[in-house]
Unconditional design. Sequence first.
Length: 680
Amino acid sequence: MTRSRRISLICRALLLPYCDPDFGNEDPLLKKSQLYRDFLVRNGTEDDLYLRYTRQRDNLIARICKLHAPDRLDEAQQLLEMFYGDAPLCEAWQESTFPLDAFYIDQIFRISDSFVTMRDGIPALRTWTNLRRFDLFGGYNDLHKAELWSMLVRLSTPDLWIAAYYVIAGIEDIRNLSNIADNLVLSDRMLLKRLSSGIAETHLHFNAGMDYQVLWALISDVTVLRYETSHLNRDGKMLRTLLMAGLLRLFLAAYLLRTELTGPDDFFAWVYSQLGIEGICGILYRVVYAACMGQREQQDAACAEYFSHFGACTREVTEIFRVQRQPLQFDLLSRSVFHHLCETNTSCDILLYYKALREVSHHKRPQLRRALLQYIRLKNHCFKTITQPEDIHGLRKFRSYYQNAAGAVYRFREPDPRLIYTAGCAIFRSQSRMPYLKLLEVKIVPPLPPGGAAMTGTMSSRTLKNELARQLWVVFHSYLHFLWSCVDSERRPISSTGAVSAEEARNAMAAVGQALDQLHEKQFLSFPTIGVIYHFTKPDLLRGSFGQACWADNPQYKGDAPHYVETLRAQCGIFCDTLTEMFLEVPYLGEYVVGLDAASEELNAEPWIYAPVFVYARSKHNTWPMNPDTRNAIPNLGLTYHVGEEFRNLYSGLRAIDEVLEYFGFKSGDRLGHAVALQV
């Protein structure tokens, strides 16, 4: 078994109680420990007890080995005994409704303490071994520890382990949780010093540029789930998971703030006292209770009842939690329960986990422990649909995860035109937490005309310009929203809407710039300069074989058929002409639209397909020296081509790289995308 597969097996065994929502109702570790206890006290015949125990243990081993079978099953059994052995589970057993939940919470602290440390005030990966401190992975350090962490955060969200560290450290002042990044810093002090001169992010796909925390905040907003029959039929399982997790998130946050002021009621008792079981409030209570305690059939019934009264339930949630309308705050918690904590500039889930873990570590609240663990499981269950834990290589496998990440917001939310700006603002907010980021290039797919023959008239050219302008407006408007959202409302010089003069806009942005400089110095936030890269996708030429496409076909058949190479090249050529016209018409646009790229499944399309397009994009027939209105020079478009990243044979990967260097008109400063064949 390879090292990567062994590390995957270790992490799957370690995270067994934290990734499956069904674990809350049917806990196989609990059953195993019960059978072991029965065996110790001879509660039955020895043969029968041993047979039942080994059967339960083997089921758990099979669960761990579901995706990565070890060379020997004994390896999986040893891992199970290491992390969730019979003796520790029996010792941790509590005579309560949830006997092992306290052990699972303690295990969260053990995992966090083994991985997380603090470096210069920033949560970082602990790669060394300290004999005076407990470490689940004492034999792992340096790169091995980084590999373990990398796999751990492919199966679970890092915010849980980061929040647990602050609880272990005994932090009580919430202000100490300001500006916490959503992942650990892996760089050592020397590398951080080198990076402080500035770094660039040159590979951000705009529609998938949100980190896991921002994406979760958007899709777990229970007030805007898609509840129509067509969406329930298509995405019903995921929608039900999001509904249960979203309501749990709200009620957990409200309960944690409430318990700071009032008495000893545990979670379910407090929720019942707030809602009761009658009417719309009763529906909310049944969903929350079923999410933590119910079987799948009970959960489905409660969610179906909620969706059948979606409008009334949404209004009730809005009133109970006093949800505010703040378009620049995309997280429902920051617009309701945690609105007073927005100034920390830390994700709401880190704050939620911190408060919940502190509460369960100081007080015996079994219902709160159960609700917190179930929320962790629901979130991790959704998280695995947008990350790729398997070691299956190739873009074809990766594409499904990319599409889930890119389309999650639009698949689950109402068709609100403001959503695109909210999502765009969230993307830039995610990137601002990357230390020392000074340049951010975002990739967007250009709107290509319908076909070579169809794109000849003035009206069609105007339509394409309008589409390009709309795309760029979304990016730039989202970026401005992000900048404005970082400045306090009292100091915000102008609103994000409304007409202002050019001089007012310049003065306003100068004031915003000064405020952002202060934020950068005080709160370690990055406000990068942005650039746009238009990103061609490589067509699937296999589609042509179904229609027997041929270069000699009649041109009228090629007009709207993207699997004809001539059509694709004509579309891209028209796009390049239109973009050049916009550089001449729109002042300074060339400073922000900085390049062209092409990527997707490389095995579908070889470099010769796009070679004429890239040469034409930089030819003297398609470039101008300056904008006649501003007299400023128009920079050449930078070129990037993804090549040599997926190949059936190393020679074919190297040949494709050589073809790009030879025939694409590349100059100094142009880039090859990945080109992993060179590393091989």
